[in-house]
Write a protein that binds this ligand. Structure first.
Ligand code: C2O
Ligand code: CU
Length: 485
């Protein structure tokens, strides 16, 4: 289990010897050297004690950065079997409240980790027990849900891998979390939210990393079939992710298996995941994970092939076992249009009654960590959370349990918005600009002036968030919620 000062050998033991030492400055004040592989933990047995804590990180040069992380190294990976119980006791050792949202996992509402909507914030010194059995296989992300620009920006996030979708195991399985850090020269953080950034594409980081390491080299077996799990863990940057020097196919999107198709490049917005199957080069060869978004492609990480070839013959990516998601019934679907727009003014909710939590508690205080003084964006002409969670605005949609919701997301702004919906996976049906196959997802990019149709069966009761995952957009108005009852 991640413990603040546990030894590497103990971590390794927990994950069959495969875990490598990590990128963190653990117990003392001196950061340890980092490996580009994340620490992995076998979950599904006893509860995992997961502290959220401050830790000095060596990201840029020799000046430590004051990061916030889960456990003893950034971005812990929990591996668990489908349907097994994941038990995580979040222990808040930070100086402000926090919570964990299990992004993409179809959890029960009370486990969804949204302060004032599904639970009370976890105050400093408190522990909150998350208990759920992930119903679907795949690659998921977890992170806090208030003051997210800062908490996520400082490194507070992790990965859940739900196993059981492979007919035959891959030769290796590598988790790569792509994240930029907004650092000044001395290693301290630049402001996490800027008005210029929030009003445009977000405030980009200054240092690009994979697994907390700038342009790492990751050793892999030569001529091996490898599963690469890519997570865009950044708060703002949309990547155009490709691979150079190896053949690769897309096998899952946001954890959901898809019939494999060759990767050219894939536009990956914040919180979106992409699983690839690839054949590594022959011994000594290198394959690069690249972001083609800018004019000059940026190498994010390099796979270095070593040792005797694992496989001969042509590369043939095998399909993953398909997921049992409820199929939307479009013939009886109600259409909801949600317009994403710029907004000069905040919607006034002050006349609304205070929030009543699922457990009956009433909230009527303004919480600065869960509110914002700026409003720049709106969904359907309405903004949130300028008044914090003191007054829950009316829902954007009220869905009957079991009904198919068909939603058209209409982007009327000149910026891209990765839109995310809690509690459900949806089918991306039609898009008017960016070419994508029909696929299941929990986050979808809506390009400038694009209309994207998604559908899902509203089978998970509760109050669920829907928001842009460019966190500065979310925090300045592009957030709402819907009810399934
Ligand atoms: Cu990953 Cu509501 O977010
Ligand atoms: Cu946005």
């Amino acid at each position: 289990m991640p413990r603040a000062c546990s030894a590497v050998s103990r971590r390794a033991a927990l994950f069959g010897g495969a875990a490598l030492a990590l990128s963190l400055a653990g117990c003392g004040s001196r950061p340890e050297p980092r490996s580009a592989r994340l620490s992995e933990f076998r979950a599904g047995e006893g509860p995992i004690r997961l502290p959220a804590r401050e830790a000095p990180l060596l990201l840029q040069g020799s000046a430590p950065t004051s990061g916030w992380i889960y456990g003893d190294a950034p971005f812990p990976v929990f591996r668990i079997g489908q349907g097994q119980n994941l038990a995580v006791d979040l222990e808040n050792r930070l100086k402000e409240h926090t919570s964990i949202h299990w992004h993409g996992v179809r959890v029960a509402n009370a486990m969804d980790g949204v302060p004032y909507v599904t639970q009370m914030p976890v105050e400093p010194g408190e522990t909150f027990s998350y208990r759920f059995a992930p119903p679907d296989t795949g690659t998921y992300f977890f992170h806090p849900h208030c003051n997210t620009t800062e908490q996520l920006g400082r490194g507070l996030s992790g990965i859940v891998v739900v196993e059981g979708d492979e007919e035959e195991p891959f030769d290796d399985d590598i988790v790569c979390l792509i994240k930029d850090w907004r650092l000044a020269k001395d290693g301290s953080f630049l402001p996490f939210l800027t008005v210029e950034g929030a009003g445009r594409a977000g405030s980009f980081g200054t240092l690009r990393t994979v697994n907390g390491v700038p342009a790492p080299e990751i050793n892999v077996a030569a001529a091996a079939d490898v599963r690469l799990r890519l997570i865009n863990g950044d708060s703002s940057r949309v990547g155009e992710i490709g691979l150079m020097g190896a053949e690769a196919s897309i096998i899952a999107i946001d954890g959901n298996p898809i019939v494999p198709f060759p990767l050219e490049s894939w536009r990956l917005g914040p919180a979106m995941r992409l699983d690839l199957a690839l054949r590594t080069p022959d011994e000594g060869g290198r394959a690069q994970i690249v972001d083609f978004f800018a004019a000059e492609p940026v190498v994010l990480a390099t796979l270095v092939a070593e040792g005797a070839p694992k496989r001969r013959g042509a590369f043939e990516p095998r399909a993953l076992k398909s997921q049992m998601l409820p199929e939307p019934d479009l013939s009886r679907a109600r259409m909801h249009q949600l317009k994403l727009s710029e907004s000069a003014a905040a919607t006034d909710y002050s006349a609304l009654p205070p929030i009543v939590l699922p457990d009956g508690r009433k909230i009527d205080v303004l919480d600065s960590l869960c509110s914002t003084s700026r409003t720049l964006w709106a969904i359907d002409g309405r903004t949130w959370p300028q008044t914090g969670h003191e007054h829950l605005p009316p829902p954007l949609m009220e869905l009957k349990r079991g009904e198919t919701a068909l939603i058209e997301l209409q982007n009327t702004t000149p910026h891209v918005h990765p839109m995310h919906l809690h509690g459900h996976s949806f089918k991306v049906l039609g898009t008017s600009k960016l070419k994508r196959p029909v696929h299941w997802a929990d986050t979808v990019l809506v390009m400038p002036d694009e209309r994207v149709q998604i559908a899902f069966v509203a089978d998970n009761p509760g109050n669920w968030m829907i928001h842009c995952h460019i966190i500065e957009h979310q925090d300045t108005g592009m957030m709402g919620w819907f009810r399934v009852a």
